[in-house]
Write a protein that binds this ligand. Structure first.
Ligand code: G4P
Length: 293
């Protein structure tokens, strides 16, 4: 899939989010656990102010388990409820009902004091493309799925999925846009395969991955390809080409092919679980509250 974002797309996505968010009590924000900073559009803080917030570190199965904990703490400290999930196989889903209840406790109490009893909490899912929104909705709501249909005058054509007596979920997720103005963000999203950046060559991605893995996860390359992690990144790519038999006609190493193998191995988890960034990496990002504008 190729997501090309133009100002027009961004304006439309923002308008839809603004419309939908008015209807809900809780925003379930999906992040990619491998790049929680880069897959997050901080505009959600402004769009979702006064709403209960649940952050899901999705694709936690592909991310570094220790770093998942660090990121979860980071978002808890910001006042969000947090869970690590693997929407593809359903791991981590059980706790979500309870987290929704906790996140909306204040609102439920307020309703009770006003004599409103048993009004279900309304929630929506939001996140950038490819973060796993559809997979999550299917996995979370799939079985319980009882669509409430349109409620004229109240929901104006919106479809709600009734999860149980207490929770209704908007069936279309809110689409957020990545922070393209930050080049490092674009690069990391390309590395995990979340966006296809035509400007980035596969070899460029591969060299970034090699440098990153040597620094942050030493010995992974050795384990996967049986190569010594010595020399320059470019030399490592040649070694991978040799180890995987990627040769051009004249016997020269086919670096493009080796790069494609490496990128694919990283994205699919065959190089082990990795997280590409930590909360402190973003500490000097002055624009954090102003991304995507
Ligand atoms: P979106 O609605 O936010 O755009 O994302 P979507 O659900 O389409 O998911 C994007 C890709 O991420 C899908 O893979 C999906 O299977 C995968 N995915 C979603 N959640 C998880 C997760 O928790 N763990 C892992 N490992 N993968 C997840 P795909 O390659 O596009 O499709 P497919 O291979 O599943 O057919």
């Amino acid at each position: 899939m190729n997501y090309q974002w133009y100002p027009g797309h961004m304006t439309k996505a923002r308008r839809m989010m603004q419309e939908d968010i008015r209807l809900v009590d809780l925003v379930i924000e999906l992040l990619d656990a491998r790049v929680p900073y880069s897959s997050r559009n901080p505009d959600i803080d402004e769009l979702g102010k006064n709403k209960a917030r649940l952050v899901l570190l999705n694709k936690a199965d592909l991310a570094d388990a220790a770093r998942n904990k660090i990121w979860a703490e980071h978002f808890r400290a910001k006042g969000c409820f947090v869970a690590e999930v693997d929407s593809r196989n359903g791991a981590g889903m059980k706790q979500i009902q309870e987290l929704i209840r906790e996140a909306c406790r204040e609102k439920t109490e307020r309703d009770r004091r006003r004599g409103i009893l048993n009004r279900p909490v309304r929630a929506m899912v939001a996140g950038i493309p490819n973060v796993g929104k559809s997979t999550f909705i299917n996995s979370f709501a799939g079985k319980a799925c009882a669509k409430t249909g349109n409620k004229p005058g109240v929901t104006k054509g919106k479809q709600w999925i009734r999860l149980n007596r207490n929770v209704e979920l908007l069936d279309t997720p809110g689409i957020l846009w990545p922070k393209f103005e930050d080049q490092a963000v674009g690069l990391k999203l390309a590395v995990i395969g979340s966006i296809k950046d035509e400007l980035l060559q596969v070899e460029e991605l591969a060299l970034w991955i090699l440098s990153f893995l040597r620094g942050e996860y030493p010995s992974r390359l050795q384990e996967r390809y049986g190569i010594a992690e010595e020399g320059t990144d470019a030399q490592l790519l040649e070694k991978i080409a040799a180890a995987r038999g990627c040769l051009q006609k004249g016997g020269q190493p086919d670096l493009q092919k080796a790069a494609a193998i490496l990128v694919d191995d990283l994205r699919s988890g065959r190089l082990g679980r990795v997280t590409l960034e930590l909360p402190e990496d973003g500490a000097d990002r002055k624009q954090e509250g102003n991304g995507g504008k």
